[in-house]
Design a protein around this ligand. Structure first.
Ligand SMILES: [Zn+2]
Length: 261
């Protein structure tokens, strides 16, 4: 027998677990006063692991389909992070914006309002695995893929600059043509500003070596990203009349010139 007492609760405007949005704006984790002492120096960390308890989850299911695309085949629940599992422990990593008394202000928490929190742990630099092997679970809706890329790009690059927004559109275009961009046979070459290179590298997880998948030529005048997968090539460039300030609202096809070879 294991007894777990919640140490806090989520306060968020994210209330409906069936809502299809992945990323959410800020949330607050309220730590109960008797645990306040445990927050000493947590604020030295920029990111934290949050463990919650999905109290409303189904616990007698061992196989599920990916929630972001119910057309895909099933996985065992230990190969998914579905709330449905024998012990419905939720695990997520989030950016810690501020600690004020017993309140943790966090970014983009994917736990709904009222989720009991059972533990908080710091995220350490050595936790990172830059290019893990993961199955390709493509969301059914294109918009969701863009949201996931936005979240990953921000985790990697840490600022929402115009080249980051352009890089996301470029990766969306390439993904459409080549499929999973993190695959080990996808090679990418970036010409342009370093913020663009950083964003594309973060989203494709392409390393400079072992295997060599990434190259970069810094340029202030020319912007182009080339992807290669086997004999297929995709080249994307911003359209000459592109208005970077409106890029977020536009689709990648409106923003880019796409050449496939
Ligand atoms: Zn930047």
């Amino acid at each position: 027998m294991i007894n777990i007492e919640p140490i806090g609760i989520v306060r968020s405007d994210f209330k409906d677990p069936h809502e299809k949005k992945v990323s959410k704006s800020g949330a607050v984790i309220e730590i109960y006063p008797q645990y306040s002492d445990a927050l000493l120096r947590l604020g030295e960390h920029s990111h934290i692991w949050v463990l919650g308890w999905f109290h409303a989850a189904v616990r007698n299911v061992l196989r599920v389909r990916p929630r972001i695309n119910l057309d895909l085949p099933e996985y065992g629940v230990f190969g998914m992070r579905s709330p449905s599992r024998p012990n419905p422990v939720g695990l997520t990593v989030t950016k810690l914006e501020a600690v004020e008394d017993n309140l943790l202000y966090v970014q983009r928490l994917d736990f709904i309002d009222g989720t009991p929190i059972i533990d908080i742990k710091p995220y350490f630099e050595q936790d990172i695995i830059f290019s893990p092997r993961t199955p390709y679970i493509k969301p059914k809706e294109a918009l969701m893929l863009e949201e996931i890329m936005m979240k990953e790009a921000l985790y990697h690059h840490q600022e929402e600059c115009p080249p980051l927004l352009l890089g996301i559109k470029m990766c969306l275009a390439a993904e459409r043509e080549l499929g999973q961009l993190t695959a080990s046979d996808v090679v990418v070459s970036v010409t342009g500003p370093s913020c663009l290179a950083d964003t594309v590298q973060g989203l494709t997880r392409a390393r400079l070596a072992n295997p060599p998948r990434f190259s970069f030529h810094e340029s202030g005048s020319e912007t182009e990203v080339r992807w290669q997968k086997g004999s297929r090539q995709v080249i994307v460039r911003p359209r000459s009349d592109l208005d970077l300030s409106a890029i977020k609202e536009q689709s990648y096809a409106e923003v880019l010139e796409i050449v496939t070879l």
